[in-house]
Design a binder for this molecule. Structure first.
Ligand code: AMP
Ligand code: GLY
Length: 419
């Protein structure tokens, strides 16, 4: 098969790595890719939003399957564009990707179908939102409605912080049009867990759970990022809680999307808080997580191509999905300054000294024949081992051998799972 993967991050590098383990795969292209995807696939210099050019490339190169990584082209209808040209494509259509593209759509869907989530109100007018906010207890959570690269959510512990976050979204337009509307929601206390699932209509095949670390600094300090590190599985979380989330959140959501005439096909990703009243939904994403994909896919024993093809043929219910007993830990190496502004083009040393750790590239590029930094999150270093401790040691050992100016990483990824 000839496969085209859309995207340029660590997630897409991990997807390509998993696809290439399949004997069915002959050639993979990645548009636009990064320096890491170029090691496994042929990079194609077409951006994620150039739908006409991407479709033309797929037609010209006899592509058998397109796999879409990131959220924003999905929300913009990239799947509909490939389907219109009769090209097999894996991912949700625009009307189903809205579960991630609009937090208001998602919250209203969950409310309508009685699916557990935080209490909330939505606003399109700043003054009304401010008046409501002033009557709410702290902490409180303010969310831009639209996509904001994982940064549109502020958990506020003081009044000043809350009013600032609201003004940033609605008045200062820090997230552009994504902040025209906001959700103000109840703060949920507990441990977070991500459950990703392969979904086709009402059929749900859950993946092994993972945990992300969103804030930029150790101890969950500092602003939220796209994710600074992940691990899977979660040995300290009982299976009964995972099952509760699958039965009471993910499956009912898949059924709700069918009932709404927006059947979901692709990877549905539930961000959950395990509260004292059980798991509740924080968010839904319409794609693999980044860096959740980097720890979940290396543990997938079933052929990823078989899972995707079964979904496209309406046969996902016939597939059993097997996971390796190994644990995986991913440590993100980021550029100093991220999630704010940061330098680019700095040479990366030590990529050949990672041993048997996996190194998935995110913001990297090739300049004058050298691999250089090209983004906020630069690399995801993944250790695999018999348990979380072993996987973690391996990830950090390799991460410490890689160097670039301004390299920054959290030192407490997966620490919660060790106690
Ligand atoms: P999101 O971008 O929606 O995943 O939110 C980013 C992060 O904000 C989440 O991973 C949580 O850590 C935190 N968060 C979002 N909503 C809530 C909530 N209702 N209560 C507590 N924390 C939240
Ligand atoms: N790591 C969180 C996300 O991909 O949204």
């Amino acid at each position: 098969m000839r496969i085209l993967v859309i995207g340029r991050g660590g997630r897409e590098h991990a997807i390509i790595w998993a696809l290439k383990r399949s004997e069915k795969v002959k050639q993979v292209y990645c548009a636009p890719g990064n320096a890491g995807t170029a090691l496994l696939a042929e990079n194609v210099a077409i951006g994620e939003f150039e739908f006409d050019q991407l479709v033309q490339f797929a037609l010209d190169n006899a592509i058998d399957l397109v796999v879409v990584g990131p959220d924003d082209p999905l929300a913009a209808g990239i799947v509909d564009a490939f389907e219109a040209a009769n090209i097999p494509v894996y991912g949700p259509r625009k009307n189903a990707a809205e579960i991630e593209g609009s937090k208001i759509f998602m919250k209203n869907l969950l409310k309508k179908y009685g699916i557990p989530t935080a209490r909330y109100e939505t606003f399109s007018d700043y003054e009304t939102a401010l008046a409501y906010l002033r009557g709410q207890p702290l902490p409180i959570v303010i969310k831009a409605d639209g996509l904001a690269a994982g940064k549109g959510v502020t958990v506020c512990f003081t009044r000043e912080q809350a009013e600032q976050a609201l003004a940033d979204a609605m008045v200062n337009k820090s997230f552009g049009a994504a902040g025209d509307k906001v959700v103000i929601e109840e703060y949920l206390e507990g441990q977070e867990m991500s459950i990703l699932a392969f979904v086709d209509g009402e059929t749900v095949r859950p993946m092994s759970p993972a945990q992300d670390h969103k804030p930029v600094f150790d101890g969950d300090k500092g602003p939220n990022t796209g994710g600074m590190g992940t691990y899977s599985p979660l040995p300290h979380i009982p299976q009964s809680i995972v099952d509760d989330a699958i039965e009471n959140i993910i499956k009912p959501t898949a059924r709700a999307m069918v009932a709404e005439g927006r059947p979901f096909r692709g990877v549905l990703f539930a961000g959950l808080m395990i509260t004292k009243d059980g798991p509740k939904t924080i968010e839904f994403n319409a794609r693999f997580g980044d860096p959740e994909a980097q720890v979940v896919l290396p543990r997938l024993k079933t052929d990823l191509v078989d899972i995707i093809l079964a979904s496209l043929n309406g046969r996902l219910n016939e597939i059993d999905i097997a996971w390796s007993d190994e644990a995986a830990v991913c440590v993100i190496l980021a550029s100093e300054g991220y999630p704010g502004s940061y330098a680019k083009g700095l040479p990366i040393e030590g990529l050949d000294r990672a041993g048997d750790a996996l190194v998935f590239h995110a913001g990297t590029a090739v300049k004058d024949g050298r691999i250089v930094t090209n983004g906020g999150r630069v690399l995801g270093v993944v250790g695999l081992g018999g348990d979380i401790a072993a996987a973690r040691d391996k990830a950090y050992e390799a991460a410490n051998r890689i160097a670039f100016e301004g390299k920054m990483n959290r030192t407490d990824i997966a620490a919660k799972a060790l106690v």
